[in-house]
Design a protein. Structure first.
Length: 313
């Protein structure tokens, strides 16, 4: 039995705690939050103990999910890793890449699982489409959302765009050679809408847009490769694939084969949580390692640097 706890049980952390409670072979020992009223409400809902100070969990748990605010990720995750506890930390891994590297090296030294919560990697639509992706040439992403007064301690690149950056990096196994980006604050003091053009040594180009000040939600990921176009709607679970089947055009028609499928969106967070505990139980590398989260964060920092240069002008 793996003893677990969730640190930070606000909007997202509450869902993490629910997943821990659902899994066989996992005992959710406690939830922890500096907001005791919120912590007690979630603890009562799940029938577990509420703890105000995460340090009191040492010796009582084998693994934790860290869903506190992004600026707190480093301190909390480092504490648990230093004390021999496996960590599943929400994205982004930390606020700064220097902190993320410390966590990755610490986890490796201790032989502990450090997973980063890039939940889109567990989205059934993406999983089903991955076998179709061989050599992406151009990738276009739109991740748009109405404004919500949470996660405003970070900009939209770390809040939303980083989901797509992680997916892109998982598909394009090549070095980033150029980043050009633009963005601006709209409703907060931080960047609320951003667009980035990313070029890879392989020749692949990605155009990524993220907004948290849109009227409607959209989570679309489009990939163009030789003779194929693939579209994934992360929100609806829809996948469309167009494949050129020949060079003979008849009566102005391009020979295309069209495939489309719609998957139950499932519960990607539950799958992510199961994957984390499986890695802990079997002593194997998680699907999204700390190093994966660090690479995504470093790319996000490049994008933010490009945006800042334009804003200063």
């Amino acid at each position: 039995m793996i003893r677990s706890a969730v640190v930070g049980v606000g909007y997202l952390g509450r869902f993490h705690a629910q997943k821990h409670k659902m899994l066989e072979g996992v005992e959710l020992v406690a939830v922890c939050d500096t907001d005791l009223e919120q912590g007690k409400a979630v603890a009562q809902e799940l029938g577990v103990e509420c703890i105000a100070d995460y340090r009191d969990l040492v010796g009582r748990v084998d693994a934790v999910a860290v869903a506190a605010s992004t600026p707190a990720h480093f301190e909390i995750s480092q504490f648990f890793l230093q004390n021999g506890v496996h960590v599943n930390v929400e994205k982004p891994i930390t606020l700064r890449s220097e902190e993320g590297e410390v966590l990755c090296r610490l986890a490796d030294e201790k032989g502990l699982v450090l997973q980063v919560g890039h939940v889109e990697r567990f989205n059934p639509a993406l999983v089903s489409a991955q076998e179709k992706l061989h050599r992406p040439l151009f990738i276009e992403c739109h991740r748009l959302a109405p404004f919500k007064p949470r996660s405003v301690e970070v900009d939209v690149v770390l809040d939303l765009m980083i989901h797509d950056l992680d997916v892109i990096l998982s598909l394009v196994k090549s070095e980033v050679v150029s980043v050009s980006a633009i963005g601006t604050p709209v409703l907060t003091s931080k960047v609320d809408i951003a667009n980035a053009r990313i070029e890879f040594a392989s020749g692949t180009v990605a155009n990524v847009t993220a907004s948290r000040v849109s009227l409607n939600s959209q989570r679309k990921f489009r990939v163009f490769q030789q003779d194929q176009y693939l579209s994934v709607d992360f929100g609806l679970g829809e996948v469309s694939l167009l494949t050129k089947t020949g060079d003979q055009w008849r009566e102005g028609e391009i020979p295309l084969e069209r495939e489309s499928w719609n998957l139950d969106k499932g519960d990607a967070l539950l799958t992510e949580t199961e994957s984390f505990f499986s890695a802990v139980r079997e002593g194997k590398k998680p699907v999204v390692t700390g190093w994966d989260g660090l690479v995504a964060l470093r790319l996000a920092e490049q994008i933010l640097h490009s945006i800042e240069k334009r804003l200063i002008k």
